[in-house]
Ligand binder design. Structure first.
Ligand SMILES: Cc1cc2nc3c(=O)[nH]c(=O)nc-3n(C[C@H](O)[C@H](O)[C@H](O)COP(=O)(O)O)c2cc1C
Length: 139
């Protein structure tokens, strides 16, 4: 099973989660700004922070520009300070590209004086559990 983990992270919170997930899946997390080759991937995991109630624009642009991903499996993740409903937006966007989204997960991320220190050790452990479950489902 070959996985890709792609993230968009303005303040570094989602990047930490992406790196934890990627390690379990045996790959390197890549930013949306890097060149990402998805053609031989079985699983595409995408994650972002939420800004002004929306998934970060870098990620929505990345998904809009995806081609040739029909029939692949996918998963979404992210960090936020308030509501996690943006994960559903990401899921719908991936589905519109023909990707079968098998799971989604998110945790709180530090934002000004809220959620200090998050994602923390426990959050990263949960991120690894999320990735392990994805791996098991696809093995
Ligand atoms: C400019 C700005 C706007 C934000 N807007 C929201 C928001 O609308 N809803 C929310 O839940 N969190 C919001 N947040 C909090 C971020 O989603 C949270 O800190 C997240 O962990 C950032 O992830 P990142 O560091 O990977 O970009 C906002 C953060 C910033 C900096």
């Amino acid at each position: 099973m070959k996985a890709a983990v792609v993230y968009c992270s303005k303040t570094g919170n989602t990047k930490k989660v992406a790196e934890a997930i990627a390690k379990v899946l045996g790959t390197k997390a890549k930013s949306v700004e890097e060149k990402v080759d998805l053609h031989d991937c079985d699983l595409i995991c995408v994650g972002t922070g939420v800004h002004a109630f929306r998934p970060e624009r870098g990620m929505t642009t990345f998904i809009k520009n995806l081609t040739g991903v029909e029939g692949k499996k996918g998963a979404v993740f992210g960090t936020y300070s308030g509501l996690s409903s943006f994960l559903g937006t990401l899921e719908s966007m991936l589905k519109s590209k023909g990707v079968e989204v098998i799971d989604k997960w998110g945790c709180k991320g530090e934002f000004i004086k809220t959620n200090r220190g998050k994602p923390d050790k426990d959050d990263l452990e949960k991120a690894r559990d999320f990735a392990k479950a994805l791996k098991e489902r696809l093995s």
